[in-house]
Design a protein around this ligand. Structure first.
Ligand SMILES: C[S@@+](CC[C@H](N)C(=O)[O-])C[C@H]1O[C@@H](n2cnc3c(N)ncnc32)[C@H](O)[C@@H]1O
Length: 303
């Protein structure tokens, strides 16, 4: 009995000593050593497949937090302050694209009686209501959407689904005076610079793109540094870059950011006004993608 316990404690010592030797050797090799060398690409592809499932989810399968039915009053609270005024100056021949529209509720509200979207706010201008296009990867049209579209006829409201923004040609979509994105493509895309450039190309000169992005490093620097950042951007040397500072390097746009450090997650409200046609967004590449609502993403500026 005694011998057995001595032998087993000796074995234990040997095992511990071997483990310690391996640990020291692994640490000497530096961070990352000892972990299987998994290439990043298959992992990103897996996460993108998971994200596709979220887009396809319906009813009780839809993850809590994947909200697809925000109305116009939500858009007014979430988008930069100039959005409603800009919409109000447009007339019936002008166009509004909502990228990542979900059920298209904001457009339905805008078309509902009077166009009054929030107490004291009227986004519909005197020139009649603009023609509106709702875009979503998955078709989330509701019965009220179908009825309103049938009532209006004449292509006043259109719903596009089955593709992402980047899969449409410029000719297919035409140009817009206003483009909105509320937790849509800007928060979900794997190709952030490509997405942004495409959206800006669709704008008329003088038109504006309005969006927001949550859990990011804020332009005013007032975000809590302990934040769990969802969208991260680094330069070629791996130093943090603010999303707003990156966008300000885009040619032919005037960018304004409203930093919301007192929101539950630090959020940047962004408006981009197109001032000339030669738009070029500094390219970024995807380093990390984790499926969620919205996904966790890390991008790096191309040198
Ligand atoms: C969380 S929902 C938001 C819906 C709506 N804006 C709202 O606030 O209720 C995300 C929407 O973005 C769409 N989306 C994500 N990436 C997109 C892309 N690259 N192009 C077009 N739509 C996209 C999804 O299909 C979905 O309609």
């Amino acid at each position: 009995m005694f011998m057995r316990s001595v032998t087993s404690s000796l074995k234990g010592w040997k095992t511990a000593a071997t483990a310690l030797t391996v640990l020291i050797a692994v640490q000497a090799l530096g961070p990352g050593a000892g972990r299987p060398q998994e290439p990043a690409q298959p992992r990103i592809d897996e996460e993108i497949t998971k994200q596709e499932k979220i887009y396809r989810s319906r009813g009780t399968d839809m993850p809590h937090g994947y909200i697809t039915d925000r109305g116009l009053s939500d858009y007014l609270e979430l988008l930069p302050s100039g959005f409603c005024d800009a919409l109000g100056t447009l007339g019936s021949s002008d166009r509004w694209l909502d990228i990542g529209a979900g059920a298209g509720q904001a457009i339905l509200d805008y078309y509902a009686s009077g166009g009054d979207s929030a107490p004291g706010k009227t986004c519909a201008g005197a020139g009649g209501r603009v023609r509106a296009v709702a875009m979503s990867i998955e078709d989330r049209r509701t019965e009220p959407w179908q009825q309103q579209a049938a009532r209006l006829g004449d292509d006043r409201i259109r719903y596009l689904s089955g593709k992402r923004l980047g899969q449409y040609s410029l000719e297919e979509l035409g140009k817009f005076q206003i483009i909105t994105d509320v937790y849509g493509g800007f928060s979900y895309t794997e190709d952030l610079s490509g997405f942004m450039e495409r959206a800006l190309r669709l704008l008329e000169i003088g038109g504006a793109f309005y969006t927001l992005v949550q859990s990011v490093r804020l332009e005013d620097g007032k975000d809590n540094p302990k934040t769990w950042y969802l969208t991260e951007l680094v330069d070629a040397a791996g130093r943090d870059v603010k999303v707003c500072s990156w966008l300000k390097k885009t040619t032919c746009v005037k960018v304004a950011c409203e930093s919301k450090s007192d929101w539950a997650q630090p959020t940047e409200l962004i408006s981009m006004k197109k001032v000339c046609s030669d738009v070029s967004v500094p390219p970024v590449k995807l380093l990390k993608y984790e499926a969620d609502n919205p996904p966790g993403r890390r991008f790096q500026l191309e040198p």
